[in-house]
Design a protein around this ligand. Sequence first.
Ligand SMILES: Cc1cc2nc3c(=O)[nH]c(=O)nc-3n(C[C@H](O)[C@H](O)[C@H](O)COP(=O)(O)O)c2cc1C
Length: 204
Amino acid sequence: MEFRDTLPLRRMVRNYRDEPVLHEVVERIVETVRRAPSAGYSQGQRLLVLTEPEARAETARILGSTGWTEPEDREPWLESAPVHVLVGTREDDYHDRYRKPDKLHGDEEIEWPVPYWFVDAGAALMLLLLAAIDEGLAAGVSGVPLDAAAELRATFGIPEDVSVVALVTIGHPAPDPGWSAVTSRRTQPRRSPSQVVRWERWTY
Ligand SMILES: Cc1cc2nc3c(=O)[nH]c(=O)nc-3n(C[C@H](O)[C@H](O)[C@H](O)COP(=O)(O)O)c2cc1C
């Protein structure tokens, strides 16, 4: 699928058909992350792929218990998704990389304006979303509140040096009008090009 055809299809889908996704398809989607850019090629991105029903039930329970993704009158989101991917990042990979001789500034590690390990996690997450569409599937992103991240860490043995960034759900899309009615896409207007993009010099 051409990029220009993929992008208009990119939206968060929060309900999925009761249809499995082939293991090889999941593999292709998650392995796109190896093509993600990363600062200094630090490759700090880490994924935990959950396909077993018990594991997915745990993420749904943990995120549901925070009130975050509670269905109420909405379609079942996490509960319906046949694939959950926890996207994480390992900050130490960046320090390890930027302390190597070819990256040191004098004796010092470069100080970035923002933590690039989170930037790279975002790039990885975006690849997952687009790769899912390319496979004829749909995907959604759920934020992970701090307390839920701690519970996910304990439940799945995620090591302390990996930060949990977000949860991506993947599956065959089903209608999600209940979610669409309450989510930010509906309540917040899309910003105009001139609000988001400046040319040559920042002018208000
Ligand atoms: C880091 C991140 C966290 C998000 N967390 C949630 C969430 O917890 N619940 C939710 O319904 N949508 C979540 N979203 C989806 C956004 O609400 C969505 O991207 C935005 O409203 C624009 O809609 P669209 O992606 O369908 O175009 C998240 C998106 C990102 C990138």
